[in-house]
Design a protein around this ligand. Structure first.
Ligand SMILES: Cc1cc2nc3c(=O)[nH]c(=O)nc-3n(C[C@H](O)[C@H](O)[C@H](O)COP(=O)(O)OP(=O)(O)OC[C@H]3O[C@@H](n4cnc5c(N)ncnc54)[C@H](O)[C@@H]3O)c2cc1C
Length: 536
């Protein structure tokens, strides 16, 4: 095996998140490849190992970039929080741990737009290769991958009642929404095993810690890409305020995520010329799509009081109940402390005649209230159900506001700027209402808190959405893949017009997948690694 040659590597990967950690693992599997993985955040955080810890990390700058979006009209002028993981594993180390691939049509639409190699048939082998899952059909599911995916226990009476209530309004139970079809309601598959979070740090980096050809540097903020003409030759980064350079003999792969990948391109002089010049940045390469095409899920959380006792987590985590939960977790890795953020979810068609579900609902078996360190369990017992369109058409943008790598970029979502998103959001809230008022839940004495029974018209529901909705933390698309004028990377994820530079993370998605975005981001990492190795 070749020793690491000072500051020259074959490959440099920027960002050790859902995609970057995967790429570093796969590239360094061949001992001849010298790989540098740079991560701005720390190696770990104690709360990142325990599922319940996600609530303690949502506002915690020790492991989170803690961005805030710009105020905009359809958030009623609120600057809504944009948490992003800042540690090994990236957002997979702080996220809600739901495991959702999306629909076959999502990837087929990418391929139909000219991105050869990205149809569902093409990406399915990577989804299978990443995971180790016990259920479902072998045709769709992987058994031997590094990422352990499990199902929460469906025996809970509240979840059983919710599944029955959904059935009463025509939403059937689907045991594997990551299988042949997504339609229906199911317990959330989760990146949790033995009561522990399965981040990409845990599943892709921990097992290979001793590879001599992989250097992982944490606390290493990449400040710029080094360019010689139209070729990327390395990166400049800082550790504890000290500047360093590393050179890539073959390629640099940027996997800094949807917020930071476009930021790094712009800081390096790649993007919209007027914008860069106005900040005093020399234009190295014109790419008007950098930072554009931002999409996210804008989701109101409907809130429901539950009168029957002992059913919700609010009741079960009080007093002696909390001690029981702690014991159950310590002894068996089960219960509240080891649970996925939203243990039940449904994929639903918001109107007849649609080819596939267009709305996702997710149930959290408790009410929370805001606290200084993140959401706290509320005193009132109840259930939260978020509901939103899965493939929003509203597009925003992310751009730097200064030539300073430490200044957060400005995030503008333009939520609900496309009228169809507003329409589907209202329908999604009405579907949540239909399930929560179905006969199966009557014995639990469920009553509506938000939006509130008095809000009945579309306009009233939409006004409420603008007051309360937040993202479900799935920003994508700011370095989109494609061949049109606004594409930033091609179908091989190569930055258009710059040699030896790829982007591989959620930012390359041309459109939002139908569901949560961790699984597709890991798939992108798996596929990108093959592309880099095959280019080889
Ligand atoms: C609070 C929260 C809850 C979520 N819940 C779910 C869920 O339940 N299920 C789901 O599927 N998805 C969920 N997501 C979304 C999902 O986790 C992300 O879509 C996915 O992790 C994105 O992967 P990525 O590789 O694009 O970026 P990330 O995983 O965010 O990785 C980017 C990495 O790059 C590093 N980095 C950034 N800039 C630099 C730089 N300049 N130099 C060095 N390093 C840098 C970052 O610190 C980070 O580690 C959630 C996200 C959040 C934040």
């Amino acid at each position: 095996m070749q020793a690491i040659d000072r500051q020259t590597f074959d490959y440099i990967v920027v960002g050790a998140g859902s995609a970057g950690a995967v790429i570093a693992n796969r590239l360094s599997a061949d001992a001849r490849n010298r790989v540098l993985l740079l991560e701005a955040g720390p190696a770990s955080h104690p709360w990142s190992r325990i599922p319940v810890g996600s609530a303690r990390l949502i506002k915690n700058p020790a492991a989170n970039w803690c961005y805030t979006a710009e105020p905009e009209p359809n958030t009623n002028g609120r600057g809504i929080p944009v948490p992003r993981g800042r540690l090994l594993g990236g957002s997979s180390s702080i996220n809600g741990m739901a495991f959702v691939r999306g629909q076959a049509q999502d990837f087929d639409s990418w391929a139909q737009a000219g991105n050869r190699g990205w149809s569902y048939e093409d990406v399915l082998p990577f989804f299978k290769r990443m995971e180790s899952y016990d259920g479902g059909d072998d045709a769709f599911r992987g058994r031997q991958g590094p990422l352990r995916v499990t199902n929460p226990d469906a025996g809970d009476p509240l979840f059983a009642a919710l599944i029955k209530a959904a059935g009463e309004v025509g939403i059937a139970h689907n045991p594997d929404y990551n299988g042949a079809t997504q339609d229906g309601i199911a317990m959330s598959q989760a990146t949790i095993s033995g009561g522990r979070r399965m981040s990409t740090a845990r599943c892709y980096l921990d097992p290979i810690g001793k590879r001599g050809n992989l250097r992982i540097e944490t606390g290493a903020l990449t400040e710029a890409l080094l360019l010689e003409g139209k070729r990327c030759t390395g990166v400049r980064y800082s550790v504890g305020g000290q500047l360093r350079e590393a050179h890539a003999a073959r390629e640099v792969v940027v996997s800094a995520g949807t917020i930071n990948s476009p930021q790094l391109l712009e800081l390096s002089g790649i993007g919209q010329p007027d914008r860069l010049q106005s900040l005093g940045i020399a234009v190295r390469h014109v790419l008007p799509g950098v930072g554009e095409n931002l999409r996210d899920h804008y989701a109101p959380r409907t809130r429901w009081a539950v009168g029957a006792k002992g059913i919700t987590f609010n009741d079960r985590a009080r007093g002696f109940g909390l001690v029981r939960q702690a014991l159950s977790y310590a002894l068996f890795g089960q219960g509240l402390l080891g649970a996925v953020g939203a243990p039940l979810r449904a994929f639903v068609r918001s109107r007849a005649g649609l080819d596939a579900p267009d709305v996702m609902l997710g149930w959290v078996p408790m009410l929370t209230e805001p606290g200084p360190k993140g959401p706290k369990i509320a005193r009132q017992s109840g259930v939260t159900c978020y509901a939103h369109p899965m493939r929003p058409e509203s597009k925003g943008h992310i751009h730097i506001v200064a030539a300073d790598p430490h200044r957060p970029p400005a995030i503008n979502f333009n939520f609900l700027s496309s009228p169809i998103d507003a329409e589907i959001t209202v329908r999604a809230v009405r579907i949540a209402r239909a399930v929560m008022t179905a006969p199966a839940l009557a014995p639990m004495r469920v009553t509506e808190i938000g939006p509130g029974e008095s809000r009945t018209t579309d306009g009233e529901i939409l006004d409420w959405v603008k007051q309360v909705a937040e993202t479900t933390y799935h920003p994508v698309g700011t370095c989109k893949m494609g061949s049109d004028g606004m594409a930033v990377v091609d179908a091989e994820l190569r930055v258009r017009g710059i040699a030896a530079l790829r982007i591989a993370d959620a930012s390359i998605m041309p459109s939002l997948t139908s569901g949560n975005t961790n699984a597709p981001s890991i798939m992108i990492g798996e596929k990108a690694a093959d592309m880099v190795l095959n280019a080889g």
